[in-house]
Ligand binder design. Structure first.
Ligand code: ATP
Ligand code: ZN
Length: 295
């Protein structure tokens, strides 16, 4: 049997969550940037076949420490955990998934309105350091009870006056009769690196290759490619709507007085832009998704 050498020279090691809220989007991103590896079942690690990278699957709570200690060079984990562990690595990129917030919440009918009201109270959380820091910034030092699961039932059970927990939509809070009163931090999945890996020339070069790919995939998701036909006279109005990446491409059509305009539109204001383009005189608007976009 071959030796299990996941370190093998300058191979990068990346820790990701084995099974949880971040796993599916993390694997999708890694595949989207062209990494070829097996990820099924309860694997402990995989080797990429087409990139000098090994992937280690772990509990999300352990990932910041792995990165801090240099057990791995890179990790993909929620920013909430990076902050909780005192930023053990360098955050290289926000990854655009795993959005949530660490919020302070109290029972709906309680008298508490803001963090300072909790100065002499007890707060249950899985993120004691972030919570303590937050209350200190508000001149309060409530008693903090650290619990690892089902934090949201603590007030109902009378274990704590308030909680600080992660929520994406707030629905878990509502379900437990809780009312948010403050946001400690906003979080999403991030790519975090061990600083020594960034000082290692070969590793750094391969990290840069990964970053270029991640940026290309994320930029592509931000834009749609749009082609339209328009009378030449509509061009000034169309150009005001679509700056394009630099400028739109304008191609004459066989029909005199008509042009085709090719451009990229930001997803965020997509429908507003389309409405303005139609109002400006654009017709036969064709929209397609981009796969990669290197700016
Ligand atoms: P593990 O078994 O790896 O320890 P876990 O149960 O501690 O997993 P998950 O619930 O899978 O962790 O959450 C992982 C991360 O997903 C969180 O640290 C956070 O960054 C993010 N996240 C996104 N939305 C939510 C949410 N609604 N509630 C909790 N975490 C969320
Ligand atoms: Zn966890």
């Amino acid at each position: 049997m071959p030796k299990l050498d996941i370190n093998g020279g300058d191979r990068l090691k990346l820790a990701i969550q084995r099974s949880g809220r971040l796993t599916e989007d993390t694997l999708a991103l890694l595949h989207a940037i062209g990494l070829d590896f097996e990820s099924y079942g309860q694997r402990l690690f995989s080797r990429c076949r087409n990139f000098p990278l090994s992937i280690l699957y772990g509990r999300d709570d352990d990932i910041p420490e792995y990165v801090g200690l240099g057990t791995v060079d890179l990790g993909i984990v929620g920013r909430n955990l990076v902050e909780e562990e005192g930023r053990p690595g360098t955050v290289l990129r926000d990854l655009g998934f795993g959005y949530c917030a660490l919020v302070v919440a109290v029972l709906r009918d309680s008298r508490f309105q803001d963090p300072a009201d909790l100065a002499d109270c007890t707060v249950a959380t899985s993120y004691p350091r972030s919570v303590r820091r937050f209350f200190a910034d508000h001149g309060a030092a409530p008693e903090i009870i650290t619990i690892s699961g089902s934090v949201e039932v603590a007030p109902t059970l009378g274990i704590a006056d308030a909680i600080a927990d992660l929520t994406a939509t707030g629905s878990s809070l509502l379900l437990n009769d809780l009312r948010p009163i403050a946001t400690i931090l906003e979080s999403q999945a991030v790519l975090v690196a061990n600083p020594a890996a960034l000082d290692h020339p070969e590793k750094k070069a391969n990290i840069d290759r990964l970053l270029l790919r991640i940026d290309a995939v994320r930029a592509a998701r931000r834009y749609k490619y749009v082609m339209m036909n328009a009378p030449e006279s509509a061009l000034p109005a169309i150009r005001a709507v679509v700056p394009g990446l630099k400028a739109p491409t304008i191609v004459p059509l066989a029909d005199p007085g008509w042009v085709a305009v090719h451009t990229a539109l930001e997803e965020e204001a997509f429908w507003e832009s389309i409405e303005r383009l139609r109002a400006a005189g654009a017709t036969e608007i064709l929209v397609s998704s981009l796969e990669k976009l290197l700016l």
